[in-house]
Structures are given as structure tokens and as C-alpha cells.
Write a protein that binds this ligand. Structure first.
Ligand code: SF4
Length: 352
């Protein structure tokens, strides 16, 4: 029998999320903060894509725009073949149960005046007509799944530890049997000793329930354990998208290289080869990004072409995509982006 070919559950195509800037007495539209500026990726069903980058790079905005917590400016977001970015409100309401979010700060995301039972059954109130007893039964089931003692069902958020509160957030996200979950820095607000427990829980739930995750984090060592593929974001765009093992062994984009140089490397051979790269300068404003490569103001390998021509995200090795002139023919020849686009591209994304 042939092995089933994994299909993408999530397809994001050229997603843009721009926030308008208004200024002057007449509050005229004077520009846009390009928080997300043309992001594309796929996530295979049952897999995890890690989305990493410094704070302010737009990774959380990507997560929120995908779930339509923000109205995307442009682009398509196909979840199980349906374009969530353009869905009418009623269709979106019906789609909500299949796509959920686990938030960064469990303290802030849980209503302090509601008990655990109320919080976890809130999505059931909204999307089902179940009786009170049936909802309570589902709450108990979810508490078992996330490792919370059933005796705590009537407690309030302040009576739980940070790790337990995040388990409540996860139970609430699971209530309606979602297929896709955006985990937005779900461990960033937790003690280091608790972080691994929550990550193990997420991994365990993924295996048992066949969940698909977009795992947003600035913690590259944690992402390494969870994600099959990792997208590195810088200033609203994807700099590199690679299988996790390839990215951590040999980052291709200078920004990925700099980020990874600060991560502890368990392999002594790779650790000996690695040199710490300290990036100089500030991240430019997303309201006024550089005209060429958006990393050119800080890149240790910057070339003339980088200052004027935006590098496209291209597949430069099997399964590895990078937006950098060092890896394209344009970088070698100084060709313009327009010329570069005209060149035929083969299946590996290499220009010929
Ligand atoms: Fe650096 Fe140029 Fe590559 Fe941008 S395109 S990352 S500036 S080498």
C-alpha cells in the first residue's frame, strides 16, 4: 500500500497586514506600518511550523491575521481549502471552531471573574446547544486531557499557577475539536521550569489529536524541538523557510545565521564551528523599510545590489527557501529584480 502524501492544511499566500498612519489636523492618511508585507507559507496537516524572529518583526500579527482576529490588507489564507481572509461573517463564525489560538499571557487572556468551568465552556455556549450537564462533562474531559485536577473546576484564574493557567487556555482552545491552533508565544510568560511541561503537553496533544500548529516564538531552542519546518521573519517578511534540522545545522540567510549564533548548540562539532554574530544597528521602522533588502542596514554581508533590489523568497535547495541575493543569480550579476523575475524557474526554484 502507498504511504499517504501529507497535504497542506494551511496555505498562506502573499499575506499583507498594513496599519494606516493618519496625521495632521485633518487626520490624512500619510503612510502605513507594514507589519506583515507579503508572507507566504504552507503547513502540512498534523505538523508544526515554527515562526521565529525578534519582537516587533510581525510574527504575532501573522498569527492574528490568519485567524481573522485582524482584517488582512491583502493575500489569501486557505485553511482546509477555504479562504478565511475573504469569508463572510456567518461563514467565518462556522469556521471558528476548527481554528483556535493559545495566547502568550494566560493571566491576561482569562477573565478573572469566571471559574475554570465557565472559561472552558465559553466556546461551547457560543457554538453548541448542549445542556449544562453535557458541557460540564466536556469540561471534565478537557481537564483530563491537559492534566488539570477535576477538583479545580470551580476555581478562579488567580487560584492557579502560571503553568496551570496556560493549561486552562489550552483546554479552552481544544473545546470545539479544532484542527489548527496558532500558539502565540505560549511559554514566554512562564517560568523556565514550567516551559518544558507546557511544550511537552502541546506535543502530546498534537500526537493524540492530530493537531496542526503554527508555533510563534522568539525562543529558537524551543522551536527546534517542536517544529518540522521553521520560518524566520524579519521586518514583516520571511527571510528563510527551511526544514528545522537544515536550518539549525546550516542557516542560509545572514539573519538566520546571526539569530542561531546566540542559541546553545547541543552538537559539540557544530558548536565548535559556530561563531557568535552580534548585529549592529536598530531594526528599521516598518513604516519606512529600506527600499532593497529589509535587512541591508544590519547585514554583515551587505552588497551594493542589496540596497536597491528586494530579494524574492526563492527555493535555493530542495525544501529550503531564502530571500537573499547571496543565493541568487541576481546577487552574483547585479541584475535588477525585474530582470530576475523574467528568468525561468525550475522545480527547485533555481533560476536558469
Ligand atoms: Fe544581506 Fe544582501 Fe542577503 Fe539582504 S540580500 S541578507 S543585505 S546579503
Amino acid at each position: 500500500m502507498l504511504d499517504a502524501i501529507p497535504a497542506p492544511l494551511v496555505q498562506v499566500e502573499d499575506l499583507k497586514m498594513h496599519f494606516p498612519i493618519y496625521s495632521g489636523i485633518f487626520r490624512r492618511h500619510s503612510g502605513d506600518v507594514k507589519a506583515v508585507d507579503g508572507v507566504s507559507f504552507e503547513i502540512m496537516a498534523g505538523q508544526t511550523l515554527g515562526l521565529v524572529g525578534e519582537s516587533g518583526c510581525g510574527k504575532s500579527t501573522v498569527g492574528r491575521a490568519i485567524l481573522r482576529l485582524y482584517e488582512p490588507t491583502a493575500g489569501r489564507v486557505l485553511i482546509d481549502g477555504e479562504d478565511v481572509a475573504r469569508m463572510a461573517p456567518e461563514a467565518l463564525r462556522r469556521k471558528r471552531p476548527s481554528m483556535q489560538m493559545v495566547f502568550q499571557d494566560p493571566q491576561a487572556s482569562l477573565n478573572p471573574r469566571m471559574t475554570l468551568a465557565d472559561i472552558v465552556s465559553e466556546p461551547l455556549d457560543e457554538h453548541t446547544d448542549w445542556t449544562r450537564d453535557r458541557k460540564l462533562e466536556r469540561v471534565y474531559e478537557l481537564m483530563d486531557q491537559v492534566g488539570l485536577n477535576r477538583r479545580f473546576v470551580n476555581r478562579f484564574p488567580h487560584e492557579f499557577s502560571g503553568g496551570q493557567r496556560q493549561r486552562i487556555g489550552i483546554a479552552r482552545a481544544l473545546a470545539l475539536h479544532p484542527r489548527f491552533i496558532v500558539c502565540d508565544e505560549p511559554i514566554a510568560a512562564l517560568d523556565v521550569s514550567i516551559q518544558a511541561q507546557v511544550v511537552n503537553l502541546l506535543e502530546d496533544l498534537q500526537e493524540r489529536l492530530g493537531l496542526t500548529y503554527l508555533f510563534i516564538s522568539h525562543d529558537l531552542s524551543m522551536v527546534r524541538h517542536l517544529a518540522q519546518r521553521v520560518a524566520v521573519m524579519y521586518l514583516g517578511r520571511i527571510a528563510e523557510l527551511s526544514p528545522a534540522k537544515d536550518l539549525y545545522a546550516r542557516p542560509l540567510h545572514p539573519y538566520s545565521e546571526a539569530l542561531l549564533s546566540a542559541v546553545n548548540e547541543p552538537d559539540p562539532v557544530l558548536a565548535a564551528r559556530r561563531k557568535r554574530i552580534i548585529l549592529k544597528g536598530e531594526v528599521p521602522s516598518p513604516a519606512n523599510p529600506p527600499p532593497g533588502c529589509n535587512f541591508c542596514t544590519r547585514c554583515p554581508k551587505v552588497m551594493d545590489i542589496c540596497k536597491t533590489v528586494k530579494p524574492a523568497l526563492l527555493e535555493v535547495e530542495a525544501g529550503r527557501m531564502v530571500a537573499c541575493h547571496l543565493h541568487t543569480a541576481a546577487g552574483a550579476t547585479g541584475a535588477s529584480e525585474a530582470e530576475e523575475r523574467k528568468r525561468p524557474v525550475n522545480q527547485q526554484g533555481e533560476t536558469r
